[in-house]
Design a protein around this ligand. Structure first.
Ligand code: IFM
Length: 419
């Protein structure tokens, strides 16, 4: 069955940051958020989850991608489960199943327990083991009911924005010294796969934020720079999982992946059931302009832009999925695709989604699902509430939810599309 869905993430929608024993996460106190917005209330989905399930049922999707807040399950990032946290997600999962909607559960969508960060976070190898313990607790309760398990969401973004540039939590600007955080997330992924399998989980994915990389010109310099960027953004997070090896990093002055130890690649390469693909736009790369990095982001030109300023390139999704199929030959799930626009009569969003869905279905690849980011307008990380990605408008003063034109359109698109 092709999965048609919508996606969210715990920290972006739940609110209730101090409720039912939840511990603090690295995002709770992260400072540089536009206009000082916080996720204290967000969409209030911790309380309004039944409204969200009703919206999903009305949308006619057969899958919902959400994430579990690690801090609700293990407030200190280690030790026994907080029963109230598991109870909350069990209620959600059972309500989804009762509505005929497959739960697609992401274990880590960036909200690391602060207690683990205090011990080094993802720069510390131990965090990978703590992640497997947490996976085991969640799967111990829910493995029999969750249809799709996703270990990590976008480890590239969490590494580069969170640890390389410091524009996301935990706010570290370590540049290439951030790379052990990438390796330890991937090691955590591999260890979590073992824990999920032991608990009986059947379909397990990793979700990467992927981008076709376009050289700015056919020159050898621009092509070499594009290859280096592709290694960092895409292959670093796909190759070890599906090919059992890291890409060549000599362009970055590295002879091996920082943090890699004997045996790690076998753990990371544990067989899984497909790749979750989050696609927003391609990247255009030219030769380096400074000695720090082996590439320059030249910017994609000549396409319309979303309200976030991201280029709208549906063909990039077709190119991406086709290339992933050729390189890895695994089932692909578009676990996020969407755009930020204002307004309830959101024809720009409809055009965006229509073009991308067509591209996904036309790709020469084994595409098994498509999830819109996002079900709801929500807390867009460092942008706070300024970017609205939802099919459903949220009034952040009252929590009121109002379906947009794109919500009604997506329902029709699902019904009229032969998959
Ligand atoms: O909101 C994010 C999401 O958390 C991860 N992928 C991209 C989305 C839009 O920026």
């Amino acid at each position: 069955m092709f999965l048609w869905g919508a996606a969210t993430a715990a920290f972006q929608i739940e609110g209730a940051l101090s409720e039912d024993g939840r511990g603090p996460s690295i995002w709770d106190s992260f400072g540089p958020v536009r206009d000082g917005h916080t996720a204290e209330v967000a969409c209030d989905s911790y309380h309004r989850w039944a409204d969200d399930v009703a919206l999903l049922a009305g949308l006619g999707v057969n899958a919902y991608r959400f994430s579990v807040a690690w801090t609700r399950i293990q407030p200190e990032g280690a030790g026994p489960a907080n029963a109230k946290g598991l109870d909350h997600y069990e209620l959600l999962v059972d309500a989804l199943l009762a509505a005929g909607i497959t739960p697609a559960l992401t274990l880590f969508h960036w909200d690391l327990p602060q207690a683990l960060q205090d011990r080094g976070g993802w720069l510390d190898r131990e965090t990978a083991h703590r992640f497997a313990d947490y996976a085991s607790l969640v799967a111990g309760r829910l493995a029999d009911r969750v249809g799709l398990w996703i270990t990590l969401n976008e480890p590239f973004v969490h590494t580069v924005f969170g640890h390389g540039l410091g524009v996301h939590a935990p706010g570290q600007a370590l540049f290439l010294d951030a790379l052990p955080a990438a390796h330890h997330q991937l090691l955590g992924h591999g260890l979590a796969v073992g824990a999920l399998r032991a608990a009986g989980a059947e379909t397990v994915l990793i979700t990467n934020n992927l981008s076709p990389v376009w050289p700015a010109s056919p020159s050898a310099e621009d092509r070499a720079a594009a290859d280096a960027y592709d290694a960092l953004h895409n292959r670093m997070f796909n190759d070890p999982v599906f090919l059992g090896t890291y890409p060549d990093l000599t362009a970055f002055g590295l002879d091996a992946m920082p943090g890699l130890r004997d045996g790690d690649l076998a753990v990371i390469g544990a067989p899984i059931d497909g790749l979750g693909v989050n696609y927003y736009n391609p990247t255009r790369i030219s030769a380096p302009e400074s000695p720090e990095l082996p590439f320059t982001d030249a910017g994609v030109e000549g396409y319309p832009l979303t309200a976030f300023g991201w280029p709208v390139v549906p063909d990039g999704l077709r190119e991406l999925l086709t290339g992933l199929h050729e390189r890895y030959g695994v089932p692909l799930y578009v676990t996020e695709n969407g755009c930020s626009y204002e307004g309830l009569d959101d024809h720009d969003r409809i055009a965006y989604l229509d073009g991308h869905i067509t591209a996904a279905l036309e790709a020469r690849a084994d595409v098994r699902g498509y999830f819109v980011w996002s079900l709801l307008d929500n807390f867009e990380w460092a942008e706070g509430y300024h970017q609205r990605f939802g099919l459903v408008h949220v009034d952040f003063e009252t929590g009121a939810r109002t379906p947009k034109a794109s919500y009604r359109w997506f329902r029709e698109r699902i019904q009229s599309t032969d998959t």
